[in-house]
Write a new protein. Structure first.
Length: 201
């Protein structure tokens, strides 16, 4: 299971306790991330009346998230074709056709801008299980990239504070077990994570 967050505040870099929230398109829907004790992250997702909440120890989160680019190619091609049809209709003197296609093309380009996004998938450090992701839209890109970088720094700093050797192994296994019991990861992800962690040590 993973949760998506579209957030607006980049202040995580300096705050020991911070909260970042964003509402989704539907009333009653929203996401939030809350940082506490400098290395714990609370992730909440609200959809209608159903709320999901999980806590993550940043020490066991990989500081290098996986980046996934979402490019609405189909919508973009439709917008380009619409622009071409509009141009042809204008040159041919088909005023009504040109007007209609221009409106449709404008709507398609607006959809392209809205759907154009990057996702940063955060996974457990050695278990490689996805736990949450931050969605970066073009209109908020700079602020959200700061948030992603700040989270990455916090993950690495928290990891460095842990003891070396088998103590880390036990702690990492315990964290995955806790996430599994809390419903943040499922049974198959938990088994996969255990295998990955044992290979690391």
């Amino acid at each position: 299971m993973s949760m998506a967050y579209s957030l607006r505040c980049p202040g995580l870099a300096s705050a020991s306790t911070a909260r970042f929230s964003a509402a989704k398109g539907l009333p009653g829907d929203g996401h939030s991330l809350s940082l506490f004790n400098e290395r714990f992250l609370e992730a909440r997702q609200l959809r209608g009346r159903h709320e999901t909440c999980h806590d993550f120890n940043l020490a066991f989160i990989n500081p290098v998230p996986r980046q996934c680019r979402h490019r609405p190619v189909g919508w973009l091609l439709g917008a380009v074709m619409g622009a071409a049809i509009t141009a042809v209709a204008t040159l041919a003197g088909w005023g009504l056709v040109a007007l209609v296609t221009a409106g449709v093309t404008a709507g398609l380009f607006a959809a392209v801008v809205k759907k154009w996004r990057d996702e940063w998938q955060f996974e457990t450090r050695h278990g490689e299980v996805p736990v949450f992701r931050v969605t970066v839209y073009r209109r908020e890109r700079e602020a959200l990239l700061k948030l992603v970088k700040a989270l990455s720094r916090r993950c690495e700093h928290a990891w460095q504070q842990l003891p070396q050797g088998k103590v880390r192994l036990a702690a990492e296994m315990a964290e995955h077990r806790r996430l599994h019991m809390a419903g943040a990861i499922d049974e198959s992800q938990y088994r996969y994570a255990k295998q990955r962690i044992f290979r690391q040590y």
